[in-house]
Write a protein that binds this ligand. Structure first.
Ligand code: NAD
Ligand code: ZN
Length: 360
């Protein structure tokens, strides 16, 4: 048995208002006054002085606003990298991603492609990255994906949706300031929060479970129950707790795996562009037979927060389109093995997935 040796985020600052310390944190990392820091920021913050006036810009530093309407693409990483190289002739001091999973993954991928030749799609997979990335910092503004702590940067490429999984992917620094999440709209709060909840359920019920994953998963699951089911949690307390749940949920799957909901949600996302959080919710809602307790609790949470999920999104798809989704889902073998064990191929048939997709 050979165990994986995981890298972790080496530095993290936590606290409401800790974002104000970003300037002090990054300034020692500046290579020279001509090598800028590049701030990749979700464009939802454009024109929002509460956040933008606190971005610690100096010298040639640049802000690039990025839309998170669509999940990050390999081509988007390539064009950002080209633009950054063209405009920073004396090198780049670092990449600072400020936003949700979309922006965090973009920041990780861009920092890798700045020191590795070729295109982003060449690095989708496991341990394909050769050189350390440039200094990169993650500042989550919505909680749930665990992208702030994970070893992957999930990208949609020309042929597949797959992460750049490498020891160089994790951030060098993360700023956990729960206050930054205060204006997240309720629906999005729920979808991305449920990503964390589903990470916990899939990790804790999986065959890959071990004490490392369980301790993180148990903690995150308990926090999710408090946040999404109890009444006495104040909104700031809920923001604090969800940020830590996301972190722990991410740590839990680091040493185990996700499962059926993620495999099927990747299919939806590849074919229909359904975003990760809502896609997971749409799928998970139909997975009673795999996760009976987890789905029952999910339905309670959904009801409590009056969330109405889209229905019939696969209704008018052709058989060949459904086949594409099934192929994507089944290609994620470790997820199925975690969920159902080594004999998963005997348990899960294409017909089963087709029936499930047709219900969504
Ligand atoms: P997101 O980054 O796509 O953002 C969702 C929405 O919330 C956007 O409209 C955004 O503008 C808005 N938003 C973010 N912060 C806000 C704030 N403070 N106030 C108001 N609006 C705000 O959502 P997400 O769910 O965090 O990320 C999804 C992405 O994360 C997917 O691309 C998925 O593939 C990826 N992901 C990565 C990992 C990983 O380990 N790397 C894990 C899970 C998911
Ligand atoms: Zn997820």
């Amino acid at each position: 048995m050979s165990y994986k040796n995981f890298p972790m985020v080496p530095r993290v600052i936590y606290g409401r208002g800790s974002f104000n310390q970003l300037g002090d944190i990054i300034s020692p990392k500046r290579l020279n006054i001509y090598a800028p820091f590049i701030f990749l920021i979700d464009d939802v913050f454009k024109g929002n002085p509460w956040l933008t006036l606190r971005i610690p810009l100096a010298y040639e530093d640049r802000v690039i606003y990025v839309s998170s309407k669509e999940e990050p693409k390999t081509s988007q990483v390539d064009s950002l990298v080209e633009d950054i190289i063209l405009k920073s002739k004396q090198g780049t001091s670092g990449i600072i991603g400020i936003g949700g999973g979309t922006i965090l993954d973009l920041a990780k991928a861009v920092s890798i492609l700045l020191t590795n030749e070729g295109e982003a799609k060449d690095y989708q997979g496991w341990d394909l990255v050769k050189n350390p990335a440039i200094y990169h910092v993650g500042v989550p503004t919505i909680s749930g994906t665990g992208a702030e702590v994970s070893r992957t940067a999930v990208l949609t490429g020309p042929e597949k949706k797959l992460g750049i999984n490498s020891d160089y992917t994790p951030f060098d620094q993360v700023v956990l300031d729960p206050e930054l999440t205060k204006d997240v709209p309720t629906n999005q709060w729920f979808y991305t929060g449920m990503d964390c909840y589903i990470h916990c359920v899939e990790s804790l019920t999986g065959t890959y479970l071990n004490a490392f994953s369980q301790t993180y998963g148990d903690t995150a699951l308990q926090l999710c129950k408090e946040i999404f089911l109890e009444d006495h949690v104040s909104s700031s307390e809920a923001q604090d707790k969800l940020m830590m749940a996301s972190w722990h949920g991410g740590m839990s799957i680091a040493y185990s795996q996700v499962g059926v909901a993620h495999a099927m949600s990747y299919g939806l996302s590849y074919l229909l562009g359904t975003k990760h959080g809502i896609g997971n919710c749409i799928v998970f809602d139909h997975l009673e037979e795999f996760y009976p307790e987890g789905v029952a609790l999910f339905k309670q949470m959904k009801k409590k927060h009056q969330i109405v999920l889209p229905t019939g999104i696969c209704e008018n798809l052709s058989d060949s389109e459904i086949d594409i989704m099934i192929n994507i889902a089944l290609s994620l073998e470790p997820l199925w093995e975690n969920a159902l064990g080594k004999n998963w191929k005997k348990i899960i048939k294409r017909e089963k997935l087709k029936d499930l997709y047709k219900k969504m």
